[in-house]
Design a protein around this ligand. Sequence first.
Ligand code: 6PG
Length: 274
Amino acid sequence: MAAAAAAANAATSVKKKEKSSLLVFDSEEDLSVALAKYTAELSGRFADERGAFSVVVSGGSLIKSLRKLVEGPYAESVEWGKWHVFWVDERVVPKDHPDSNYKLAYDAFLSKVPIPPGHVYAINDSLPAEGAADDYETCLKQLVKTGTVQQSAATGFPKFDLMLLGMGPDGHVASLFPGHPLLQEKERWVTFIKDSPKPPSDRITFTFPVINSSANIALVATGAGKAGVVHQVFGDEHTMSELLPVQMVALEDGELTWFADKAAASKVQDKANL
Ligand SMILES: O=C(O)[C@H](O)[C@@H](O)[C@H](O)[C@H](O)COP(=O)(O)O
């Protein structure tokens, strides 16, 4: 598809594995330029096709890598009024707390572009984890009913137009951590965790069936701390170990594109001589 193909042209190297591509950029700066272009292209396509663009973000360093999207030319050219913004996971803290993923995205991104406030779906921060997960799931069900968020014909789960996801150095995505029972959740759209190994402990998170029903996912990995995981996913050796959460990202009917800088892809490059 066009957006991923254009991003691949800008990459220094591309490696394909099963249904995903790994795009490697010389620097995080180059990566952020390509990520902005990719996101703007998808935004244009979905806004034209269906009059809305549903975008899911994570917390962490991903938000910084989105900085080029709020600069020219995209700050002016993107149809921000058609965006609907969600969080793949959120820490159960007040929205103005330094740990809040909402606050992180608001300060660096959302406050800089004219997305209608009613299109920004933050969690209800007056509820404890379980209630906040229920509330977010109810909100998604309503938005699927009205067609703001599409539904996957294959799985019945919501089909977001784009998820922009970071990944932890331990291979976690969203708040789905290695070895945790939540990795096996098959029914819920949104669930909660009270023993997150990465603080804070209480969080809500999308489940794998929702993540894997997406139309597009950009998985962004920057810095040497992510090199081991990128190698585990894209290296040519087969390990017998249990799959990391990030290896469970496998789209039913969509396109998964990894954006890595040189540091994050260093072990793959050494081995595969990209
Ligand atoms: O709330 C969170 O902790 C995030 O949503 C989390 O899933 C994040 O994306 C990864 O931990 C990667 O974070 P870094 O890129 O900062 O390592």
